[in-house]
Design a protein around this ligand. Structure first.
Ligand code: NAP
Length: 499
């Protein structure tokens, strides 16, 4: 399908001087601009407390693109669309000035009243901003209005509900774009295409042919400058509630009857509704939490989590979580979805391994050799692609098998990196396509699932640290699979024979 330009719009960016704006949003917007995907009728009004003139702000945006993105000679024209207002979001007075500037820009660029309010700032302000925008009639417009919000959306179901009620006073559900940047990743978007555009996979995509599915998202970095936030939340809330469960729902959903936002979301919601809830004993059986101790990464000694600055010395916060999820529906009954995510692990990688069931018998059994299972590996990041592990005949006279890998790598086809997730999500939002953003029903169901785990964990002190920085997590996570006769497939590219 030919890509079309976005409609005219004003982007009001709250948190315009922050890390996210600098590293992701400006480079992504510039990418859309240089690819001709932004209408010339666009303006960005950046908002944050510190004082800046429009010119200083434009230079800041320019530098951000040069440092974190790809720049070219169109950059000077691009930044002319940027304006700045110093504004404290808790101060009502500032919104009046904001309204005047917004109305002026609307006229100057003939923006037809189309407005995107992008909240790239701490979630504690989301509710306040939404309410003020309504009070000061910034949301009263003849064009479209959309609210884009970053994670985290609450820290449990109760707080998420409260936040949702606040923002719903100013925006309807279909005007709210909750970012889960994993949904903007090329290979996450490809999960549906691999499944629903290939006759060889979909008939096998069920409990008759799949033995288990493994989803790993591992990071090498520790908590860095997010320690204050992270120590109150942990891996369960920071990763499992959103990114991991989103990937599971894409892997497990039924084919939608059409590729519309409503149909796709409705199928994802059904998966979340089918997630088996766990009682206290089952939480111990199906979930493993971990926290890193010190260790060596890339030849350098790194501190334990509890020694990081801004982390409580006795912190009970998990930096790792592994789970065995069960989806109680017709398609998936009996198939474990093993999910793990953690910080300070051996490699940075997000990967899905679909393990197919063993052949009913091995005709090629020789000298104690066993037939390897077929695997479909979906590489989400940093590599992007798929690998299919098959068995073929060993060359020569004997009738023995040997494993082979069929590889597809995005990089080798496109010759360049695929667009940054934010570029795709901004493009979708400008066009009004909310498919790759999370609906409130998904958020609520994910929190109610995760809350049951955190309730149990919050009442029991963990024996931390329980994994070394630079390792693949606590040994208990291996036991989680071993008790079912499985093991974690390696996250680095692997030859099945050596596993
Ligand atoms: P950040 O670097 O701390 O930036 C916060 C921004 O908010 C700054 O521009 C700050 O500017 C502004 N601000 C703070 N208090 C304000 C107030 N009272 N009134 C007006 N502006 C105010 O945060 P960030 O890393 O960009 O993260 C922003 C959001 O994105 C968070 O929800 C975060 O969880 C999410 N997120 C970030 C990343 C990332 O890569 N950074 C990734 C995923 C999600 P002044 O100090 O000038 O006011």
């Amino acid at each position: 399908m030919k890509e079309t330009k976005n409609p005219a719009a004003l982007i009001l960016l709250f948190g315009a001087t922050g890390d996210l704006a600098k590293r992701k949003l400006y480079p992504s917007l510039f990418n859309l601009y240089r690819k001709g995907l932004l209408s010339n009728k666009f303006a960005v009004l950046g908002v944050a407390r510190r004082e800046k003139t429009n010119e200083e702000f434009q230079n800041w945006v320019k530098e951000s693109v040069q440092t974190f993105g790809e720049s070219n000679d169109q950059l000077s024209d691009f930044v002319k669309h940027f304006y700045y207002q110093s504004h404290d979001v808790t101060n009502s007075e500032s919104y009046r000035q904001l309204k005047t500037t917004v109305d002026n820009l609307d006229q100057l660029y003939t923006l037809e009243g189309n407005r995107i309010f992008y909240l790239a700032m701490s979630p504690e302000f989301f509710g306040t901003v939404a309410e003020h925008l309504k009070e000061e009639r910034l949301t009263q417009t003849n064009g479209f209005k959309r609210l884009v919000i970053e994670k985290p959306f609450g820290h449990d179901l109760a707080s998420a509900k409260e936040l949702n009620n606040q923002i719903r006073t100013a925006f309807s559900e279909n005007e709210i774009y909750r970012i889960d940047h994993y949904l903007g990743k090329e290979m996450v978007q490809n999960i549906e295409v691999i499944r629903f555009a290939n006759a060889i996979f979909e008939p096998l995509w069920n409990n008759r042919h799949i033995s288990n599915i493994q989803v790993t998202s591992s990071e090498v970095l520790g908590v860095e400058e997010r320690a204050r936030y992270y120590d109150k939340n942990g891996a369960l809330r920071d990763m499992m509630q959103n990114h991991m469960l989103q990937m599971v729902s894409l892997l497990a959903m039924e084919p939608p009857i059409k590729l519309t936002t409503e149909e796709i979301r409705s199928e994802k919601v059904k998966v979340l509704r089918a997630l088996r809830p766990f009682n206290k004993e089952e939480v111990h059986k199906y979930f493993v939490r971990g926290q890193y101790g010190n260790g060596v990464i890339d030849g350098k000694q790194v501190p334990a989590y509890r020694e990081e600055s801004m982390v409580q010395p006795e912190s009970n916060t998990e930096t790792y979580v592994a789970a065995k999820l069960m989806i109680d529906n017709f398609r998936w009954a009996g198939v474990p979805f093993y999910v793990r995510t953690g910080k300070r692990m051996q490699t940075k990688s997000t990967k899905i391994v679909v393990q197919f069931k063993d052949m009913p018998m091995n005709l090629y059994y020789k000298n104690g050799s066993s037939l390897n299972p077929n695997l479909l590996v979906i590489h989400i990041q940093p590599e992007e692609g798929i690998t299919l592990h098959l068995n073929v005949k060993k060359t020569g006279q004997s009738v023995e098998t040997t494993p082979v890998k069929l590889n597809f790598s995005n990089k080798s086809v496109d010759g360049m990196n695929t667009p940054e997730a934010y570029e795709k999500l901004l493009f979708d939002c400008l066009r009004g396509d909310a498919t790759n953003f999370t609906h409130w029903d998904e958020v609520a169901l994910s929190w109610s699932f995760v809350d049951k785990i955190s309730e149990v964990w919050s009442t029991e002190k963990a024996v931390f640290p329980n994994y070394e920085a630079g390792s693949m997590g606590p040994i208990e996570a291996d036991h989680l699979l071993a008790q079912d006769g499985f093991f974690w497939w390696p996250i680095a590219d692997f030859d099945i024979d050596n596993c």
